[in-house]
Design a protein around this ligand. Structure first.
Ligand code: MEV
Length: 317
């Protein structure tokens, strides 16, 4: 075991938001996703064995999954002598990619400890091992966005081991307000239930997945052209199709309408959705929206996904 070079290792894994194309991405269609400034930070210290410090607060089943996931990443890195702990400022279990962010953060530390290159593609390859343990049949969009830390158009053809990501540049800041709209069931469960529906009514569901894939590509073009109004419209249509697939809820719909009434160019659920989770709104100016929602006691924060950087603010999340 290698106990060298582990005195001060840290690795960050960004949370993510899916702007367009969640769920259909599992079936091989493109999704547009970008990194949050919030995420998971992992730290490594020298140890005589490779191990993860598992937070006491986790339930036995969560501990088991986390241990198994870390075991796969550890094996992929040759079990370097490092003890890894982590901390997060990302709201958990909200569809903001916390497991992908954790996978990326741990993978960065493990690769450094093993004396290997922690390039985005190396990190993504190790993180993929963990993500499969967390999610069963993930598309790979979460950990890829986290590892690349850029707005990407991501696509994974069914059966292919790895997806392809194209960086999407924006001439304008793409700013979102991210709002927590209630607890939700695990992603694995929501994805599994949709899989059952699509097996039963395959043609109808595939038609909708295909349409959502087209929206993701149109959204990427709108971003590149700096046409935020078109991007907002695509987001609205995408929310409607996610609702048609049975992936929204009264709480998510209410928040989407609230953000539109507050001037959002577009608003939709993000991530797996289902009975709760996060909603995103696209705004030119996010600050007054975060201020007002926070005043009302609604958990939210803002984030810039792409484009020239300007100073942003954050609400309590
Ligand atoms: C989860 O963040 C996104 C889903 O599309 C699942 C996946 O891509 O693996 C719902």
């Amino acid at each position: 075991m290698d106990t060298n070079n582990t005195s001060s290792l840290t690795g960050f894994g960004a949370g993510k938001v899916i702007l367009l194309g969640e769920h259909s991405v599992v079936y091989g269609y493109p999704a547009l996703a970008g990194p949050l400034s919030r995420g998971v930070t992992a730290k490594g210290e020298p140890s005589n064995k490779c191990q993860l410090v598992i937070p006491d607060a986790l339930m036995p089943e969560q501990r088991k999954v986390l241990k198994a996931a870390f075991g796969r990443a550890m094996a992929a890195c040759g079990e370097p002598g490092v003890k890894v702990s982590f901390d997060t400022d990302l709201p958990l279990s909200m569809g903001l990619g916390s497991s992908g962010a954790l996978s990326v953060a741990c993978s960065r530390v493990l690769l450094q400890a093993a004396g290997r290159k922690a390039s985005a593609s190396e990190v993504a390859a190790v993180a993929w091992e963990m993500e499969q343990e967390f999610h069963g049949t993930p598309s790979g969009v979460d950990h890829t966005t986290s590892a690349m830390e850029q707005l990407i158009l991501y696509r994974r053809k069914p059966g292919a081991e790895h997806g392809r990501a194209k960086v999407v540049d924006s001439p304008k800041p793409v700013k979102l307000v991210v709002v927590m709209a209630g607890a939700r069931s695990p992603t694995k469960q929501t994805v599994g239930a949709l899989r059952e529906r699509q097996k039963r009514w395959s043609e109808r569901y595939q038609r909708i997945f295909r349409e959502i894939g087209l929206l993701a590509s149109e959204g990427a073009e709108a971003v590149e052209e700096g046409d935020l109004e078109a991007l907002g419209d695509v987001m609205n249509v995408n929310h409607g199709l996610l609702a048609a697939l049975g992936l929204s809820s009264p709480g998510l719909d209410d928040m989407v309408h609230r953000l539109r009434n507050m001037g959002a160019l577009g608003a939709k659920l993000t991530g797996a959705g289902g009975d709760g989770g996060a909603v995103i709104g696209l705004f030119q100016d996010t600050e007054p929206v975060v201020h007002e929602l926070t005043r009302l006691g609604i958990r939210c924060f803002d984030s810039q996904l792409a484009g020239p950087r300007t100073e942003g603010t954050r609400g309590a999340a």
